[in-house]
Design a protein around this ligand. Structure first.
Ligand SMILES: [Fe+2]
Length: 222
């Protein structure tokens, strides 16, 4: 089976596993990340299937439902290792930590898994696919493709950040890295999508129209 089909199949399974209102945010976010990763990859000579699969499945660990917090990274990694997809599995871990020293700030209830995560992150160097999904994650909102600025506001609103200015600089460096590779600003690739993505409410509160009714939620699960 092709990687793209395999990724679609795993994602579809994840959606049925996780049956709650927030699933809309998670689905939209993951599909947007896949699209961003694939399109940038196409424009800079990276493998588009791998980029698509990595974007779509980076948060697959959230299939266990809301409230998994940082464990979603490990749950996703374990699931994809079982499926025989180590290159995509690593993205579940690397997308959340940029720079990778950020992993030191987290504490997991499962001490053993926390040790594994920190050890793993200390031994790897980010490759272009790790970087690509870190960027795609920040251009993927709960309503679709968006800008780093908008998504950053949402993260800041919901979680607060210790060093927002530093975090923002890190993200812009990432965007700059791919803009140089493709020979134009990354946003140019997604002008239409960014313009069409609805902006509803304040950054941390979302409303969806689904099944004929408005569902209010927040996007802390993406
Ligand atoms: Fe994500």
């Amino acid at each position: 089976m092709k990687l793209r089909e395999q990724a679609d199949e795993i994602f579809a399974w994840g959606l049925t596993e996780r049956d709650d209102p927030v699933v809309f945010a998670w689905e939209n976010h993951s599909r947007a990340a896949a699209k961003v990763a694939e399109e940038i990859a196409r424009n800079c000579g990276l493998d588009t299937e791998r980029a698509y699969a990595a974007g779509l499945l980076h948060d697959i660990g959230r299939y266990k439902g809301p409230g998994t917090g940082m464990m979603h990274a490990i749950d996703g990694y374990e699931l994809l290792m079982e499926k025989g997809l180590p290159e995509i599995a690593r993205i579940c871990l690397t997308h959340s930590f940029n720079p990778r020293e950020k992993v030191q700030e987290i504490t997991l209830q499962d001490v053993e898994k926390g040790v594994f995560l920190k050890d793993y992150m200390s031994k790897i160097e980010f490759d272009d696919y790790d970087k690509l999904v870190q960027l795609a994650d920040y251009m993927a909102g709960a309503h679709g493709i968006t800008t780093i600025e908008r998504r950053f506001c949402s993260v800041l609103w919901r979680h607060g950040l210790k060093n927002p200015a530093e975090d923002l600089k890190t993200l812009y460096k990432l965007k700059e890295y791919f803009s140089e590779k493709i020979g134009k600003d990354v946003y140019e690739l997604f002008r239409k999508e960014i313009a069409e993505t609805p902006f509803k409410g304040v950054p941390g509160k979302l409303s969806f129209e689904a099944a004929g009714k408005d569902i209010e939620t927040n996007d802390e699960e993406i």
